[in-house]
Design a protein around this ligand. Structure first.
Ligand SMILES: [Zn+2]
Ligand SMILES: [Zn+2]
Length: 421
């Protein structure tokens, strides 16, 4: 039996890399005052069809469905829709103060697996609700920036744009539709279908032929209403004040059409071709897709697998080996009688120990094992030591050895090993 295609087991050196990234990202969320939220893996189909949009690839063909009794459930393909469902269910938006959440969750999409794109993948995300100001958008961008800096990634561009609002977007849609109408036969089959319902999504098509057409498409910036323009101007001022270098890029529209006003992407060449490390935007009207009143919200998501690739490209992931402090070598069953209970007591005291339960091993093989594990100390207890009522503590690095009386073994070990920390 093998794991499902596009889904990976994580263990050994790989898990060490993941933990390094996870701990660092979590520490930045804590610094910025973001609380964790965990939503279920399974959601009702409507959570995504209503928000992400029926006409998107995600809803059309990438969702894993689970049919149980009369319920049509799906495995979460992205984070924001489930977050919004949870906010509305628990009325978190009724608290008028600004609230900050982050998530770190597995996502599932049935796509063709390739480097950096798996069928089970993992995303960090941040969501800030109840604040409509450009400062909230600037905070999001600063937070994402702080995450990359914390991980030692500096090779990226911050690209920002305004995708307009309910007032000004219809004009842009119309301008786009008119433009693509005259280029229909140059577009891929999928974009020809998109043309009617979601012309903005053609801008996101990765096919070269479509990108070539999109290059000369009208820009959203020419259609923005006065409030959208002012919001975008203030965001840029805030980023400049924070000394966050950015590129004003009118081609950033993001695939999901629930965004309004600010959209942003962090792009990097660490992933091979210049592509997105992470990104997000404002989604003030998403709640209306659930039939609720709108409230301000802005967020971003970043893929864990992409972070791993970026850090591997830089060669800056630690190779962590778990090395116990103390190796307990029990030579003979009587020795094991002494060392087994001792090992449990020491673990509780915070001393990591390794103790093989096969008491028939030779001293030579124990020492070899201890070296391989890079243990700091080895405690040797054989027949000779038992007769003298002592155990021998060997410092593996210094290659020195001292005898410790079995009567104060625990206290002596704690004293000597803790002084090494
Ligand atoms: Zn507008
Ligand atoms: Zn296309």
């Amino acid at each position: 039996m093998k794991a499902v295609r596009g889904m990976h087991d994580l263990f050994g050196a790989e898990i060490a890399k993941w933990k390094f990234i996870e701990e660092n990202v979590r520490s930045v969320f804590a610094q910025f005052g973001y609380q964790e939220i965990r939503t279920p893996v399974l959601e009702h189909m409507e959570v995504f069809s209503k928000t992400v949009g029926d006409e998107t690839d995600i809803v059309e063909k990438q969702m894993y469905q689970v049919q149980k009794e009369n319920e049509s459930l799906v495995l979460r393909p992205e984070g924001t829709a489930g977050f919004m469902r949870a906010v509305l269910e628990h009325q978190l938006h009724r608290d008028s103060s600004c609230q900050r959440y982050f998530y770190y969750l597995p996502m599932f999409r049935h796509e063709r697996p390739q480097k950096g794109r798996l069928r089970q993948f993992h995303q960090f995300g941040a969501e800030l609700i109840n604040d409509s100001s450009p400062e909230a958008d600037a905070e999001m961008i600063a937070l994402l920036n702080a995450i990359y800096k914390k991980l030692g990634i500096n090779e990226y561009d911050i690209r920002i744009n305004s995708v307009g609002c309910a007032e000004c977007r219809p004009q842009f849609r119309e301008a786009l539709a008119n433009f693509f109408k005259s280029h229909l036969n140059e577009l891929c089959e999928q974009c020809q279908k998109r043309f009617e319902r979601a012309p903005m999504r053609i801008l996101d098509c990765k096919k070269e032929s479509c990108q070539a057409v999109a290059k000369s498409a009208p820009l959203i910036t020419t259609c923005l209403c006065a409030p959208c323009n002012e919001h975008h101007r203030r965001l840029k001022t805030r980023l400049e004040e924070a000394e966050l270098a950015f590129i004003d890029d009118p081609t950033i529209v993001r695939g999901l059409d629930y965004y309004s006003k600010t959209a942003f992407e962090f792009t990097s060449s660490l992933l091979g071709a210049q592509s997105a490390l992470g990104g997000g935007g404002r989604y003030d009207h998403l709640a209306t897709r659930f039939g609720e009143k709108p409230f301000p919200a802005v967020g971003f998501a970043l893929g864990m697998e992409r972070l791993v690739i970026a850090l591997e490209a830089k060669n800056s992931l630690p190779i962590l080996q778990f090395s116990p402090m103390l190796y307990l070598a029990a030579l003979g069953p009587q020795s094991l009688d002494v060392l087994f209970p001792l090992s449990l007591v020491l673990k509780e005291e915070g001393i990591t120990t390794e103790i093989p339960y096969d008491s028939g091993k030779s001293l030579k093989s124990h020492l070899k094992n201890s070296n391989r594990l890079q243990c700091k100390f080895t405690l040797i207890l054989g027949e000779d030591e038992l007769k003298k009522n002592v155990a021998a503590l060997k410092d593996m690095e210094k290659q020195t050895q001292v005898e410790i009386s079995l009567d104060h073994l625990k206290i002596e070990l704690l004293k000597r090993i803790k002084s090494e920390h």
